[in-house]
Design a protein around this ligand. Structure first.
Ligand code: PLP
Length: 389
């Protein structure tokens, strides 16, 4: 069979599971070199180890994050598993501190995997009145000296913005490895590695791919030893992204900045609309001056934007009335805005908070909007229709 060399400007989708090695001698050389876990191997061997299409997409993430390496995984959760598992050592007692306001799937991973199956000692740092108390964080770090400090830049669904630089500085001062899930802020608003974070994670399912058609995760860093540990863990556990998804991710990332800017602008317009409506009792959007962490957000992002997530509460005299108003609103904005349990899509989508988070956030009128990059005027008309209902 003839192998064709084509003058494509993009790295194509290499679907090969195994790559041809020329000789027996080259085979042993390739396998030996693979154990060094370089970011890009000289010889590709097997797609679960490394794949050229995946490496090309990783380079696109590196450009965005301005970091030395990025490793893709099949989901954000797989990226989180890699980022945390590389710090586990048999027989070593370590304690890890997580901010409590993190993605529900990460909380489930902590309880079902880290605590239940792996016996890790984990504690949580909670906010009070919608913000984090950094004096309390310092006391906690100084008392417990955790090995890992893990937080999300913008929390979900309350959209509490952490003073990221301060958290990193405190974590490092007390000897912790600092890991940041930056999915909601994206590298456009803040690059935690520039401020000393050890690892940054994204669910690339969200804004990086941005069209609701890829499930992927990525870990970014600058430390070579951490990269080698992550490459090895990904290889042995099999958390590698598929070349098809990597190709789609790479091409869609080319428009990431344009898309996300538009999403932030749309979110700002929508938050202003919701905030001015008497049908809405509360709007949580870090771009609004009334938001408890507005100043933290402004400082962190330099005012570049406040993200594209908005959580708001529909008014009503009783919990039942608020629930009814929520359901009416959801019906009235359909089909342009649909109830889809993800975020960071090209379309604006929504989630009712109470049925998803239950007792954690039991407000019956609460809705979380993930704002897309549709025409802003059109979006405002649709949302007005929802409010009028
Ligand atoms: N981190 C955050 C902040 C998320 O919102 C999610 C998913 O919603 C994840 C991680 C997990 O990502 P994935 O669903 O791609 O596994």
């Amino acid at each position: 069979m003839k192998k064709r060399e084509i003058n494509s400007v993009r790295t194509p989708v290499y679907r090969d599971s195994g790559f041809e090695l020329p000789t027996a001698g080259a085979t042993s050389g390739a396998f030996t070199a693979e154990t060094d876990h370089e970011r890009e191997p000289d010889q590709y061997i097997y797609s679960r180890y490394r794949n050229p299409t995946v490496v090309a997409a990783e380079e696109a993430v590196m450009e965005l994050e301005c970091c030395d390496w990025a490793l893709l995984a099949q989901s954000g959760m797989a990226a989180i598993d890699i980022a945390l598992s590389i710090f586990q050592e048999a027989g070593r007692q370590s304690s890890w501190l997580f901010f409590s306001e993190i993605y529900g799937g990460t909380l489930s991973y902590i309880s079902s995997v880290l605590q239940k199956r792996r016996g890790l000692e984990v504690s949580f740092f909670k906010p009070a009145e919608g913000r984090y108390d950094y004096a309390l964080l310092e006391n906690t770090l100084s008392d417990t000296r955790p090995d890992i400090l893990y937080f999300e830049t913008i929390s979900n669904p309350l959209l509490i913005v952490a003073e990221g630089r301060r958290v990193i500085e405190l974590g490092k001062r007390y000897g912790a490895t600092v890991i940041v899930d930056n999915t909601f802020a994206t590298p456009l608003l803040w690059k935690p590695l520039d401020d000393g974070a050890d690892l940054v994670i994204h669910s690339a399912t969200k804004y990086l791919s941005g069209h609701g058609n890829v499930t992927a995760g990525v870990i970014c860093g600058n430390d070579k030893a951490l990269m080698q540990a992550a490459v090895e863990y990904r290889k042995f556990v099999g958390h590698m992204l598929s070349p098809d998804d990597a190709y789609r991710l790479q091409t869609q990332m080319a428009s990431f900045s344009l898309r996300f800017r538009q999403q932030c602008d749309n979110a700002s317009d929508i938050a202003t609309l919701l905030n001015s409506s008497e049908k809405v009792s509360r709007v949580l959007y870090p771009g609004l001056e009334a938001h408890v962490t507005h100043a933290a957000a402004k400082e962190l992002t330099g005012g570049k934007g406040y993200g594209a997530m908005i959580t708001f509460d529909l008014a009503g005299a009783t919990p039942e009335a608020r629930r009814k108003n929520r359901d009416r609103f959801i019906a009235a904005v359909y089909p342009e805005i649909r109830l889809i349990p993800t975020l960071g899509d090209n379309h604006t989508i929504l989630m009712p908070v109470e049925p998803v988070w239950g007792a954690r956030y039991p407000e019956p009128g609460m809705i979380r909007l993930s704002v897309g990059f549709e025409d802003s005027e059109r979006l405002l008309t649709i949302l007005n229709r929802g409010l009028e209902s």
